[in-house]
Design a protein around this ligand. Structure first.
Ligand SMILES: [Zn+2]
Ligand SMILES: [Zn+2]
Length: 145
């Protein structure tokens, strides 16, 4: 394989092309593409996720107890209702910690919570308007001494 072909494989894998398509595009065998990708860990990002999913279906996500899977419906993730709730409680608060930012309003100086946006400057629209208005006045060439 030439360096050019190797680069092309990397490129195409990033775009999500299958081994077969890459092989056809470069007119080399599919096995060559496959083994090259495997050796260089290209396009394997999907595999560990699948593995993780399977694992978490075997043991309770909360306490780690082995689960007995029923034949019907969605695979179980928790051994009991208590575990399910406890897990969600934990993960919910973790999620919230990430998504909520406590910020200080530039206009009134009050702290406020912003959901998923740490670049907010004002607690609300009223403060935003006030700030804009006052800034405009400050910047006015005619008024400034
Ligand atoms: Zn459990
Ligand atoms: Zn404010």
């Amino acid at each position: 394989m030439t360096t050019k072909q190797k680069l092309k494989i990397q490129q195409l894998r990033k775009l999500g092309q299958s081994y077969g398509k890459i092989a056809a595009a470069l007119s080399i065998s599919e096995n060559t593409v496959k083994s090259y990708c495997r050796r260089n860990n290209i396009g394997n990002s999907k595999k560990p996720v699948e593995h993780e999913d399977k694992e978490s279906n075997i043991n309770c996500k909360h306490c780690g107890e082995p689960l007995t899977q029923g034949t019907k419906g969605h695979p179980k993730k928790f051994c009991s209702e208590q575990c399910r709730r406890a897990w969600w409680k934990e993960n919910d608060s973790q999620y919230k910690k990430k998504a909520y930012y406590t910020l200080v309003c530039k206009e009134c100086g009050k702290t406020f919570e912003s959901y998923g946006n740490k670049t907010r400057k004002f607690c609300g629209h009223a403060c935003y308007i006030k700030h804009r208005f006052e800034k405009a006045r400050d910047d006015c060439d005619a008024c400034s001494v």
